[in-house]
Each structure stands twice: as structure tokens, then as C-alpha cells.
Design a binder for this molecule. Structure first.
Ligand SMILES: *Cc1c(COP(=O)(O)O)cnc(C)c1O
Length: 339
């Protein structure tokens, strides 16, 4: 390890690392792509990514294991999701092999910045696909840039495994019923800035979004998926076409059922029936598993397990998931890719 950083207190912030990967799509095909030290993108002023939101992104992490090697967690699933996002926004797909190769190149080139095992830090990897080239009419771009950069990170929500509180949004939705909610696109995030900021001003970690058509069912927790645990040992997470399908969420559904012997259910989660749950959490690559202390729903403040302590089932799920990611717990077949 040649770099000295305060690995235990990284937070979730941009940091410029020496290398990133960039590839360009032109005349119907991707070029080979290469690492570069240039952290600025050069693109045409009439690029569709800038004007019409023709862009999508991904987020995944590299984990330093006890023996010093480096794990990626299900990067093939991120590649497939970026392909679905690309189809929804009429962008060319990045083949899975190209995606994984780019991620591995970036991790290897910046290997000294993968936080040491045991510090809680990880290397966050951000693949980005944008429409470029000059077009002013509303149609798909003639050319595309696929880039991957990375930075060491710590906790996304301040608390880490300490519960934080969220507030239900009735004034704003993040996505429309048949819109782009299930695609990982910047536009969904632009729509979430005002409600997110308002929630933080009021002392909450983020917003809980409801289903946009009826505002009766929970969809997402800001930029993470929601799950609840019932007294009957059920793991329940919302099912909706406008939720971003979290790879962490699908991993937890599998682990809850196959490792913890729970009943794992994707179904409706009514916001007026939170009493149904004894514990709740938010999950995602950045959020990992963040326990939800309480939810402000109109005038009602609902506390799950505790506002200050993580509940036993959420803790078990966390230990199983994070144990697999850092190589301390045996992974289901095909979940870990070595760099
Ligand atoms: C990326 C993302 C998630 C989490 O997905 P993971 O695959 O678990 O990282 C959840 N919600 C939204 C809106 C997202 O963009």
C-alpha cells in the first residue's frame, strides 16, 4: 500500500484517482477503449446527454479481502442492467465482457487506492454511458462515450450501521409509472434533488418515494431500495415497474431465503401499514444495508426496531452480505469476480 489516507473516515466523496477508462462508439461500433490520466471529458456542445438526458450510469464496488486480493460483487449484473438502461434510452449496449474488462482495468490501475481490509472502506466504481456528437433535434445521438472511474469511499448515509430516519414524500415523485424509474438514469436523480434537499434540511437522511399513481405504496428510499422484516420472519420488498431493480436487493432476497431461512417476498408495501414490520432497511451498493430507525409519514412518526440500534435480523443480513463481499463468508456460485 503506497498511499496514506484516513481509510476509516472516508465518507462518500469524489476523489480524483490517477486512471480512468474511456471508450467511444462511432460508426456503429465501440473502439477498443483505453486507460487515461485525463479526468475531463471532451464532448460536443449539442450532445444529447447534456440536452435531453440521454445517459445512464452504474455503481459497483471493489473489496479488499483478508489475503490482500480484490473482489468484485456481481459485476455481470451491473453490465446487464446498463444494457437494459441503454435499450430504454436508445443507446448502444456495452457488451458484458467489455464492461467487466473496463472495470478490472480501472481497479488494477488504481489498486493502491483500494482501501485495506478491515477499515470498512471500499473502492466505488462509476461506469457512465452518454450520448455525444452534435444533434439538436430530439433523437438518439450519433456517438457515445463509455467511461469508468473510481474512488475510495466509506459510508453513504452518515450513520453506517446506526439507524437513520426518513420522510415520506407526497409532493414529489422520482419517476412516472411507465417512465424511466427502472432505468439507472441521471434524470431520475435530477428529479430527486429538491425533495432530497428538503428532507435533509428537516433532519432526515432522505426521502421515501411512493408509487406515483396512487401514493399508497412504498417504492424506494432515495437512491436505495426498501425492505422490511415482519414478526413472522418474512423479508418483504416492494415490487413495481418504476423501482430501480437493486442488485443488492435481489442478493438479499436470495440470502434471506437460502441462508437465513426466511420467507422472501416481493410484493406491495402499504405506507399506512408500517406496523406490519418489526425492522426495516435501505439497501444498495452505496448504502450497503442502512437500518431505518423511523419513518415520518405525514403527522405520524413510525419507529421500527429502535432509533439508535440496528435490529437483529438486519444485522444478520448485513453480516452475511458484507461477509460475502469481503470474502469472509462463502459466496453463492458466480457472485464474486476476482480482479
Ligand atoms: C443504483 C440504485 C439503487 C441500488 O442498486 P444496487 O444495484 O443495489 O446498487 C437503488 N435505487 C436507485 C434509484 C438506484 O439508482
Amino acid at each position: 500500500m503506497t498511499v496514506e489516507l484516513d481509510w476509516e473516515n472516508l465518507g462518500f466523496e469524489y476523489r480524483k484517482l490517477p486512471f480512468r477508462y474511456i471508450s467511444r462508439f462511432k460508426d456503429g461500433s465501440w473502439d477498443e477503449g483505453a486507460l487515461t490520466e485525463d479526468s475531463t471529458l471532451h464532448l460536443e456542445e449539442a450532445s444529447t446527454a447534456l440536452h435531453y438526458g440521454q445517459q445512464g450510469f452504474e455503481g459497483l464496488k471493489a473489496y479488499r479481502t483478508k489475503d490482500g486480493s480484490i473482489n468484485l460483487f456481481r459485476p455481470d449484473k451491473n453490465a446487464e442492467r446498463l444494457q437494459r438502461t441503454a435499450r430504454r434510452l436508445m443507446m448502444p449496449e456495452v457488451p458484458t465482457d467489455k464492461f467487466i474488462d473496463a472495470v478490472k482495468q480501472v481497479v488494477k490501475a488504481n489498486e493502491d487506492f483500494v482501501p485495506p481490509y478491515g477499515t470498512g472502506g471500499t473502492l466505488y466504481i462509476r461506469p457512465l454511458l452518454i450520448g455525444v456528437g452534435n444533434t439538436i433535434g430530439v433523437h438518439a445521438a450519433p456517438e457515445y462515450i463509455f467511461t469508468v472511474f473510481a474512488m475510495p469511499v466509506g459510508n453513504y448515509f452518515k450513520g453506517g450501521l446506526a439507524p437513520t430516519n426518513f420522510i415520506v414524500s407526497y409532493d414529489y415523485d422520482r419517476a412516472a409509472p411507465h417512465g424511466t424509474g427502472a432505468a439507472k438514469v441521471g434524470g431520475n436523480y435530477a428529479a430527486s434533488l429538491v425533495p432530497g434537499d428538503t428532507a435533509k434540511d428537516r433532519g432526515f437522511s432522505d426521502v421515501i418515494y411512493l408509487d406515483p399513481a396512487t401514493h399508497t405504496k412504498i417504492e424506494e428510499v432515495g437512491s436505495a431500495n426498501f425492505f422490511g422484516i415482519t414478526a413472522d420472519n418474512e423479508f418483504i420488498t416492494p415490487l413495481s415497474p418504476s423501482i430501480l431493480p437493486s442488485i443488492t436487493k435481489y442478493s438479499l432476497l436470495y440470502l434471506a431465503e437460502n441462508r437465513l431461512g426466511m420467507k422472501a417476498i416481493e410484493g406491495e408495501v402499504e405506507v399506512d401499514n408500517l406496523d406490519h414490520f418489526v425492522e426495516a432497511g435501505a439497501c444498495g451498493t452505496a448504502a450497503v444495508i442502512s437500518p431505518i430507525g423511523g419513518i415520518q409519514n405525514k403527522d405520524d412518526f413510525h419507529v421500527f426496531y429502535s432509533e439508535t440500534e440496528v435490529g437483529p435480523v438486519v444485522k444478520k443480513l448485513y453480516d452475511e452480505l458484507v461477509g460475502i463481499q469481503f470474502g469472509d463468508v462463502e459466496a453463492p456460485e458466480g457472485w464474486i469476480f476476482k480482479v
